[in-house]
Design a protein around this ligand. Structure first.
Ligand code: ASP
Length: 424
């Protein structure tokens, strides 16, 4: 009953945030709106986000350790890991295929060749030049470096820097050690279990007290600065991305829940709704992680599976991001007057899947990784400057899709394990 009321309050906050933020956007230049935005929307929104962010590293560390111990068998863990990876890769490939097909049919870039000569392209070119002069840009990371970087030299440094993949690797090793040692590590195991209880309590408390006002402020702030006027010019691009996100969300995740997990998609989407709003408000898969794990566990997903699948997904599974990259690539090809060949389209799919693995679950990174996809098919990455202005709202929406994909995977695997347990 309590959680129903909380969900209802979050929905009201979300809608109010969109309406009030859109109104404020019209008057964004007035000092009154500037003041309200800076001192109210942004301040409260950021405090809410920081409160959740504060829990991300401890929650990932503690829950993966007890998740691995909970699976209880290294072989079973390997099986779950493999299934998770296959699901992530396949759904991301499907996501970008839906996006490319839709963009090829609707042609959002047709008749907009003037955009390539705009000042936005020139100014983004400067940003790219600076990036290539300075420290290594994330998009330039080679495959071997990505592999090497999975293994932390100093796990404490990985934690302080919020390097999720390294934290995950370290946690899996500690979990395996604890699992193999059994009772010899009993006290440490109990410590982790009790620490987990504390973290879960803090998350529910933050959600109960802050979620409605925090969501309202985050969304109102995003809409106030979103420059809704800019959407008009790139309207078709915006609509195609949104349509592909919605299609993927309901068809692929709904289908996974209905046909593979054999459960009700409506129940799943409803149960996961509080996490969706945090992903939407904060544009960050990482920030949404503590709440999204709490939601799936409440829906009956085995804690061990949620703890293992969702942090991994928040780091390497980005279907929504891949969708934006697919539509953006076709859009930029169209405004550049380039025809993408079948081979180039396949290249976009493969590179976007790899880029999705390398995209950190924080705001805006998907757009930076888009440079890698564009370069692979000889398109000018400076064209990113054209879509950057309206990316904020799309980032919010694609992040909500990104985290739902992780949750759908955890839900599916957990249901399959439940069925196996009943039949054996
Ligand atoms: N904001 C996205 C996320 O955290 C990543 C991106 O597409 O920029 O999932």
């Amino acid at each position: 009953m309590k959680s129903k009321k909380l969900t209802m309050n979050i929905v009201i906050a979300l809608v109010a945030g969109i309406i009030i933020g859109s109104i404020c956007d019209i008057y964004a230049d007035t000092s009154l709106v500037k003041g309200v935005d800076q001192y109210f929307f942004n301040t409260i929104g950021q405090i809410f986000l920081n409160l959740i962010f504060m829990l991300v590293v401890p929650v990932v560390f503690v829950s993966i350790v007890i998740g691995v111990v909970g699976v209880g068998d290294p072989k079973l863990l390997g099986g779950i890991g493999l299934k998770t990876l296959v699901f992530f890769l396949c759904t991301t490939a499907i996501a970008i295929t839906i996006a490319i097909v839709l963009a090829l049919v609707v042609k959002p870039g047709a008749g907009h060749s003037d955009l390539m000569k705009s000042t936005e392209v020139a100014s983004y070119q400067k940003t790219l030049d600076k990036q290539s002069e300075g420290a290594e840009a994330p998009a330039n990371q080679t495959f071997d470096q990505t592999l090497i970087n999975l293994f932390p030299k100093n796990p404490i440094e990985s934690m302080t820097q919020g390097n999720m993949l390294q934290v995950i690797t370290f946690s899996i090793f500690i979990g395996i050690g604890m699992m193999v040692l059994g009772d010899k590590a009993l006290v440490v195991r109990q410590f982790f279990e009790q620490f987990n209880e504390i973290l879960m309590y803090i998350i529910s408390m933050i959600m109960r007290v802050f979620a409605p006002i925090g969501t309202f402020c985050l969304v109102a702030h995003a809409f106030t600065g979103a420059g809704l006027g800019a959407i008009k010019q790139l309207g078709l691009y915006f609509i195609v991305v949104l349509a592909a996100l919605i299609l993927h969300f309901f068809l692929i995740y709904g289908g996974t829940i209905k046909f593979i997990a054999k459960d009700s998609p409506i129940k799943f989407f409803k149960g996961f709704f509080p996490a969706i709003t945090i992903g939407f408000g904060g544009s960050s898969s990482n920030a949404a992680l503590p709440v999204s794990m709490e939601c799936t566990k409440k829906m009956g997903v085995r804690p061990a599976i949620a703890s293992f699948v969702q942090p991994l997904g928040a780091t390497i599974n980005m279907d929504g991001t891949a969708i934006m990259q697919g539509v953006a690539t076709v859009f930029i090809a169209q405004i550049s007057g380039a025809q993408l060949t079948i081979l180039q389209i396949l290249t976009v799919i493969v590179i976007a899947v790899i880029a999705s693995i390398g995209t950190a679950g924080v705001p805006g990174v998907g757009l930076i990784m888009l440079a890698m996809v564009l370069t692979a098919v000889d398109l000018n990455p400076a064209a990113i400057g054209i879509i950057i202005g309206i990316d904020r709202l799309l980032d919010m929406t694609r992040t909500a899709v990104n985290i739902t994909g992780d949750a759908a995977c955890a839900f599916m695997i957990s249901k399959q394990e439940d069925r196996k347990a009943i039949s054996s």
